[in-house]
Design a protein around this ligand. Structure first.
Ligand code: SF4
Length: 414
């Protein structure tokens, strides 16, 4: 099989993995003439995000889609009837370098089905990264998918060459993982995430001490670790998904949890749904995730037993504000940063701009556009020097209707 055909198969097989966005890595470039590639902002890589957060400019491939495991939700599972291919290590290295030189990509995202054993597979993946870094002086971004059962020494080596490592938790609940991916071991996944965390913490400490000790700190995945959860393959609610995410962020200091809406696959098991969940569900989960990480929200404020699913028609912050109308309207001349972050339509940058502006002058409704705040969304919830919402408006049963998208007639779905 020629490399072009392998690429078709193995790039297609990798498309279901959403956990490849690049952020937070160290700056490297090759202006000293000693290497190839760059991770520096402005040189391409950090700007390559699709609106839903997916990375769009890495060479994203599997080493092979032939896998010993039989995870029900995966198109590459052992029992799947798809064409199989396998790259050699040198083929992936050459493709990465060729694509980089042609300016098609700014880095590599490499994953693999499990061949022979976890150690053998991990070794192959690590060898690609080592050759790129050591033989080709490649300084672009590298994200390696880590195989949880692989030997600790191989994972340590992966961190030496990769910018980011990730281990997919796959399912929001342990029982679902057992049912859908019986060969996977949730304890091994969590154990390896824990080990990665310790290595990342050690590397951070060593980096801090570098200046004092003048000893170069050993490198370990400077862009940290991430994971992916499949949404909609099992019956887990958004509350379960977000609670698992909060636990993962807290326990393993993950950079990101990626949510990947389940895509129906050919010849799928009957245990799987026939349809994909609405893509809006994935989007709302990302919004809720941001509320937890950057806006000071606790999971229980976003979803709870009474409302375990996120609303699809309004974003989670607006949904929260509509449930907590007694906290509004908020006088933005006096409100704390924490309070401002809870106003619908206020992003973190807008809040910083408000705080900087209100020190100098009072803010009027005409200023909202300059502050990049959507007027219609924010005005019912705030007091400005020239604006105070009608008390009746906040109490009105129809307030929520103002924010909902217009109803559309659905097409026939044969
Ligand atoms: S281990 Fe499971 S999820 Fe990963 S490639 Fe194999 S079958 Fe797919």
């Amino acid at each position: 099989m020629d490399v072009q055909r392998k690429l078709e198969i193995l790039a297609d097989a990798a498309k279901y993995d959403a956990s490849c966005a690049s952020s937070g890595t160290e700056k490297r470039d090759s202006r000293d003439g000693k290497g190839l590639g760059s991770t520096a902002p402005g040189m391409g890589i950090c700007h390559s995000y699709a609106p839903d957060g997916r990375c769009i400019s890495l060479l994203k491939v599997l080493l092979t889609n032939a896998c010993n495991y039989d995870c029900l939700y995966c198109v590459n599972r052992a029992s799947s009837n798809v064409p199989r291919a396998r790259f050699t290590v040198d083929e992936v290295v050459k493709l990465t370098i060729d694509f980089y030189r042609r300016n098609y990509i700014e880095g590599l995202f490499l994953s693999s089905g499990i061949i022979r054993s976890a150690d053998y597979t991990m070794e192959q993946v690590v060898t690609v990264a080592r050759k790129l870094r050591e033989e080709h002086r490649f300084r672009g971004y590298i994200h390696l998918k880590t195989i949880p059962e692989a030997d600790d020494a191989l994972i340590a080596e992966a961190g030496k060459y990769a910018d980011r490592l990730s281990i997919n938790i796959e399912m929001p609940q342990e029982e679902s993982l057992k049912a859908y991916a019986p060969e996977k071991d949730v304890r091994a996944i969590r154990r390896t995430m824990g080990r990665l965390r310790l290595k990342l913490d050690d590397a951070k400490e060593a980096k801090k001490a570098e200046v004092k000790s003048r000893v170069k700190a050993p490198r370990f995945a400077p862009a940290g670790q991430s994971t992916q959860m499949i949404v909609g393959a099992d019956a887990s609610s958004d509350q379960t998904i977000l609670t698992t995410s909060a636990n993962l962020y807290g326990s393993y200091n993950l950079k990101r949890v990626y949510y990947s809406a389940f895509s129906p696959i050919p010849d799928a098991s009957r245990a799987l749904p026939l349809r994909a969940p609405p893509l809006m569900r994935e989007h709302r989960l990302y919004q809720a995730d941001w509320l937890m990480r950057f806006y000071g929200f606790d999971t229980s404020e976003i979803v709870d037993q009474a409302t375990p699913m996120l609303a699809l028609d309004v974003d989670p912050k607006l949904a929260w504000a509509l449930r907590h109308r007694d906290r509004f309207p908020l006088d933005i001349a006096k409100a704390s940063r924490e309070e401002l972050l809870r106003v619908p339509g206020f992003g973190t940058k807008a809040v910083d701009r408000i705080i900087a502006t209100r020190r100098l002058t009072s803010i009027r409704s005409a200023d909202l556009a300059r502050l990049h705040i959507p007027r219609n969304k924010a005005l019912p919830f705030i007091i400005l020097s020239d604006h105070r919402p009608q008390p009746k408006l906040l109490e009105s049963a129809t307030l929520a209707e103002r924010f909902k998208p217009q109803a559309m007639q659905l097409g026939f779905d044969f």
